[in-house]
Design a protein around this ligand. Structure first.
Ligand SMILES: Cc1cc2nc3c(=O)[nH]c(=O)nc-3n(C[C@H](O)[C@H](O)[C@H](O)COP(=O)(O)O)c2cc1C
Ligand SMILES: O=C(O)C(=O)c1ccccc1
Length: 389
């Protein structure tokens, strides 16, 4: 069977005949390559951080600051990258993060992403703000979860969740860190919001409940703007979502351990995703990686905890797992692949990440993800100064 590391062998073999990969294999350099092929508005939307970009930069620094202490001679000739979540086996501890409006990067948008993810066996988390309907994406996708932005109208929320369940999405990711858009100077300076240009509204324009609420002769965009967001959402709403679906529910965008604990105490969710939205929402927040151990401690070992925001390389995935994550969401880099070469570009990025992760496990002496334990990291000279009480 082909292993992730075969991708590396193939590249060297092709090199004998003079071939080199069309896209960089440096997962931190894709951003620069992609910048050159996207429209300025798409660059602003996809690369853009909130505010000063401090949190966006901090996300990367949190990974850079931590160092692996690999173990030798542990017989890691073959690696098993799989993890188990909600009773299902994932081929690796990586899922694609929900990213809205992917047609800003490539006309095939989420369809290309879903095909590449299916080919790689990597689950896709489809955004509520996808540019193709969740049914159209399901038709070409492999394993899939649905990310919910809870609309202001509960009937629309229920309809989206029901449709996702009927279309084979196996978990609901409720994002709670975006009651409103963050203050994003790149988008503000270009006066650009993809949704107002028709990107990322397909799940609404295909929704019977949304359409039934559209006033006669009314504007779809105005109706979308009324319905899309629900800044008033609070803890008391969460139990209702449970009544709508039997799928596992994960809360995405949690940073404070007490929020993670509260969600579990309400018995409203089955897992949490520690995230600061890639630095796109509240600028000045802590790096997601820095609060991961405290969130893990708050929820215990039996609750799935995922993390995103700043994951770029195989070593980053190891660091996240060593700090308590069960899996990571991989964000912007796959969108850079999409912008650069559609489905093939996303496939390239996933091949690179999985090869990098597989080699990282071999080099760190990990035969399986269960071997990725906290002692793989150098203890920090100054332990995390957070005491959440
Ligand atoms: C262009 C873009 C659109 C996004 N759209 C969504 C979304 O619709 N729903 C959501 O929960 N998160 C969304 N996110 C956040 C990602 O799911 C993820 O948290 C973030 O990209 C992680 O940061 P990183 O990509 O820098 O690693 C979006 C991120 C980007 C870059
Ligand atoms: O841009 C985003 O980060 C995002 O999550 C989003 C997605 C859809 C609508 C609004 C915001």
């Amino acid at each position: 069977m082909a292993t992730p590391a075969d991708a590396v062998r193939e590249i060297y073999l092709a090199g004998i005949g003079g071939g080199t990969p069309a896209l960089t294999t440096d997962l931190t350099a894709l951003e620069e390559q992609a910048r050159a092929v996207m429209t300025p508005a798409a660059v602003g939307y996809v690369l853009g951080d909130a505010g000063t970009g401090e949190t966006g930069r901090l996300n990367r620094r949190a990974y850079a600051r931590r160092h692996l202490v690999p173990r030798m001679l542990r017989g890691a000739a073959q690696r098993d990258l799989s993890v188990s979540l909600f009773g299902r086996t994932l081929s690796s501890p990586v899922l694609l993060a929900p990213i809205a409006a992917q047609t800003v990067a490539h006309p095939e948008g989420e369809l290309a992403t879903a095909r590449a993810a299916a080919e790689a066996g990597v689950p896709l988390v489809l955004s509520t703000g996808s540019s193709h309907s969740l049914e159209d994406v399901a038709a070409v996708a492999g394993p899939r979860w649905f990310q919910l932005y809870w609309p202001s109208d509960r009937a629309v929320a229920a309809s989206l969740v029901r449709r996702a369940e009927q279309s084979g999405y196996t978990a609901i990711v409720l994002t709670v860190d975006a009651p409103t858009f963050g203050y994003r100077p790149t988008d503000l300076d270009s006066g650009y919001l993809p949704f107002l240009h028709g990107h990322g509204i397909a799940n609404f324009t295909s929704d019977p409940v949304f359409l039934a609420g559209l006033p006669d002769g009314g504007s779809v965009l105005q109706h979308w703007a009324r319905v899309f967001a629900n800044p008033a959402l609070d803890w008391d709403d969460l139990p209702w979502l449970r009544t709508v679906t039997s799928l596992p529910i994960l809360l995405k965008g949690v940073l404070h351990p007490a929020d993670a604990r509260r969600a579990l105490d309400l018995e409203a969710v089955d897992g949490v995703i520690v995230s600061n939205h890639g630095g796109r929402q509240l600028d000045g927040t802590v790096a997601a990686l820095d609060v991961l151990p405290a969130v893990r401690a708050a929820v215990g070992n039996d609750v799935p905890v995922l993390v995103d925001s700043g994951v770029r390389t195989g070593s980053d995935v190891l660091k996240a797992l060593a700090l308590g994550a069960d899996a990571v969401l991989y964000g912007r880099p796959y969108l850079y692949g999409l912008a650069l070469d559609g489905q093939a570009g996303v496939a390239h990025v996933l091949r690179c990440l999985l090869a990098d992760l597989d080699l990282a496990m071999a080099l760190a002496g990990c035969r399986s993800t269960a071997d990725v334990t906290p002692d793989l990291l150098m203890p920090e000279a100054h332990p995390a100064p957070y005491d959440f009480g």
